[in-house]
Design a protein. Structure first.
Length: 283
């Protein structure tokens, strides 16, 4: 079945307001009906090919689902806006009229996400998008915030980047639900896949490890199928519901924090409390 068409221009204008005014964002979101949608997080080391992999993946997704992608880019030190590097690398997605693509600036947030990302994702979901892909900046262990946002997290690794060492670090290891060995045509890809599987087994985790080549497109359909299978498993086990409850909690706390920053900056103690809750809840 072909996905429903969505007014992308209207969505884009609304997102601009959502990024800059949290109070207005909550009002706009509240006017839209609740509906089911899935958030897929894509993270990993810089240079692992996250953008090209996301580009291929969302084009496959768009064949069956109304699909949107948010690429979190580093912030410009002059304007605070996104550098748009990821969007440039997503040529297939940006040229596909079925896919909504948005770049958002991290605005210096150490967790790898934009402060307005929770509201943006909820707005896109309520606007009619079935699958929302969020690609993070690529900042190593600090990027664990994506686990609080996404229903499922893809951890993208590549040979030659020291990723065999990175996977051993608990902070980044624990957020992955599917491990993707990208650039599988390069020397060392098979060894990286084997080491990743061994590390997962030692950790007592039985998680899928798939190999892809985002330039040639190999392994991407298998990856999309695996994502849908894991989402279905999570839904049946109740894990998906638990993650969404956690996301709603983070969304409410993050919205409160942003409103305090926007309107009550002088209330340092209240801001400090919200920041503490955001950084420590769920740990």
């Amino acid at each position: 079945m072909e996905p429903a068409k969505i007014d992308q221009l209207s969505v884009s204008k609304s997102l601009s307001l959502i990024e800059n005014n949290t109070h207005s964002a909550r009002e706009m979101i509240g006017e839209l009906p609740e509906r089911d949608y899935c958030v897929i997080g894509i993270t990993g080391s810089p240079g692992a090919g996250k953008s090209s992999l996301t580009d291929r993946l969302v084009c496959i997704s768009a064949e069956e689902k109304a699909t949107a992608v948010i690429a979190i880019d580093p912030s410009s030190p002059f304007t605070g806006g996104a550098f748009l590097g990821d969007r440039i690398r997503m040529r297939r997605a940006t040229e596909d009229p079925r896919i909504f693509v948005r770049s958002m600036a991290s605005r210096g947030n150490v967790g790898g996400l934009s402060p307005s990302i929770y509201n943006a994702v909820e707005f896109l979901g309520r606007s009619g998008y079935d699958r929302i892909y969020v690609e993070t900046v690529g900042a190593g262990q600090s990027e664990t915030d994506i686990a609080n946002l996404a229903d499922i997290v893809l951890l993208v690794l590549a040979p030659g980047l020291g990723d065999d060492v990175q996977t051993m670090k608990a902070g980044i290891m624990e957020i992955g639900d599917i491990f993707v060995i990208n650039k599988s045509d390069l020397q060392g890809a098979e060894q990286l896949a084997s080491r990743t599987k061994a590390i997962l087994e030692l950790s007592g985790k039985r998680l899928p490890v798939l190999k892809t080549d985002s330039i040639k497109g190999s392994g991407l359909k298998e990856l999309f199928k695996k994502i849908e299978e894991v989402l279905a498993d999570f839904a049946n086990s109740g894990r998906l519901s638990a993650r969404r409850n956690k996301r709603n909690l983070y969304n409410n706390l993050n919205s409160a924090y942003q409103i305090i920053k926007e309107h009550y900056a002088e209330n340092d103690k209240l801001e400090e409390l919200i920041r503490y809750l955001l950084e420590n809840i769920g740990r």
